[in-house]
Design a protein around this ligand. Structure first.
Ligand code: HEM
Length: 145
């Protein structure tokens, strides 16, 4: 039975992970499902203005939520990955590794954009990170089967 102190720390970090993922992924869902649809009722100029009015606030919060998600995820990964037996990854370890890989990919991409202003492709929409988040959420649930 793990020590109570560890359980409290783990639960706290897990909760932080869920909230940060909620903020980061939540924005992507809102953007893909609703914000991009504003184009249907607004002119190009109006849409650009309306979007920018939202994005000034998004930029202050969402990239940092992604960094918190990656940091908390890395901590949990080191705690629950477990030993590799017989040189083979278990089902859980395999799915967790794929999930962590995609999460880190998003993290590296986000940190590059936010802190180093490196933007290898001009990202036209958030469809790619949105798709990865959907896959990551599915993996985070099915890894426990
Ligand atoms: C944007 C990126 C990420 C998203 C959207 C995401 C999403 C999630 C979600 C939805 C859960 C399930 C929480 C639950 O059901 O209680 C989870 C758990 C987890 N995540 Fe992430 N995650 C991300 C990044 C990462 C990274 C980079 C790592 C590790 C390097 C990581 C490691 C973990 C671990 C180990 C768990 C299992 C926690 C547990 O059940 O005790 N995550 N993540």
């Amino acid at each position: 039975m793990p020590k109570k102190g560890f359980l409290i720390t783990y639960t706290l970090i897990h909760t932080i992970h869920i909230f940060s993922v909620f903020i980061y992924g939540g924005f992507l869902f809102i953007d893909i499902l609703f914000l991009s649809k504003m184009q249907q009722g607004l002119s190009g100029d109006e849409y650009a203005k309306a979007r920018e009015a939202i994005m000034v606030h998004v930029r202050k919060v969402v990239p940092y939520a992604l960094m918190v998600a990656v940091a908390s995820g890395l901590y949990m990964f080191t705690q629950i990955f477990g030993k590799i037996e017989n040189n083979t990854l278990s089902y859980f370890q395999t799915l967790l590794s794929i999930k962590a890989f995609f999460g880190l990919w998003l993290g590296v991409r986000g940190i590059n954009q936010k802190l180093f202003k490196i933007n290898p492709w001009v990202f036209k929409s958030h469809f790619f990170p949105f798709s990865l988040v959907v896959i990551i959420i599915l993996l985070s649930q099915f890894m426990y089967l």
